[in-house]
Design a protein around this ligand. Structure first.
Ligand code: XMP
Ligand code: MG
Length: 182
């Protein structure tokens, strides 16, 4: 039997995420003209499920999906190290373009600030942000997302891409865990 003892509370259900991703694709398509490319930049690894859920909802063909790697949390910890390591192999696509960063969660804002700075330095015209979760109480940097899925209270959450020690990314729902049971 599946062990779910570590789940204190289901915060956001998979159904809610699926429904939000449908609305988000429509909202993004409404803000870009038909001819304009929509360039989505998935922040690995946490935003992979969010990206995969969102992508097939776009109706037009000119939607491009690229990946960037950013890590701020490491190992068995739920606290940010404050050091952000960024790597991206597809820089040629960025120059002169509007990019939409897809984030799993906007927490202190340090990761997003670093990625935005990186993309602007590489020649992006404009950088927009779509975050599935927003935890505004924890914000240190003055930064906002253009599209926010769910605003959540200050809890450490796991599931749907969000990990603890690289595990639990596979959960369909986003849940608040009992830390001692992880
Ligand atoms: P910052 O603080 O830079 O953090 O905005 C963004 C990144 O930190 C991770 N993060 C979390 N990961 N549960 C997680 O599993 C959380 O509650 C949480 N809060 C922040 C995440 O990788 C995000 O991209
Ligand atoms: Mg992450």
């Amino acid at each position: 039997m599946e062990n779910t003892d570590y789940i204190k509370e289901v915060l956001i259900t998979h159904e809610e995420i699926v429904s939000y991703c449908k609305r988000l694709a429509i909202e993004i398509e409404d803000t870009f003209s038909e001819e304009e490319e929509i360039i989505l930049l998935c922040v690995l690894k946490g935003s992979l499920p969010f990206t995969a859920e969102l992508l097939p909802n776009f109706k037009r063909p000119n939607v491009i999906c690229e990946f960037i790697r950013a890590s701020s949390y490491e190992g068995k910890t739920s606290e940010s190290k404050g050091v952000i390591d960024i790597s991206c192999n597809t820089l040629e696509i960025i120059e002169g373009k509007t990019i939409i960063i897809l984030e799993d969660i906007l927490d202190t804002g340090k990761t997003l600030e670093a990625i935005k700075g990186y993309l602007m330095a590489k020649g992006a015209k404009e950088v927009k942000v779509a975050t599935l979760l927003d935890k505004p109480e924890r914000r240190i940097v003055d930064i906002y997302a253009d599209y926010v899925g769910f605003t959540i209270p200050n809890h450490f959450v796991i599931g749907f891409g969000l990990d603890y020690d690289e595990k639990y990314r596979n959960l369909k729902d986003i849940v608040i865990p009992y830390p001692e049971k992880l």
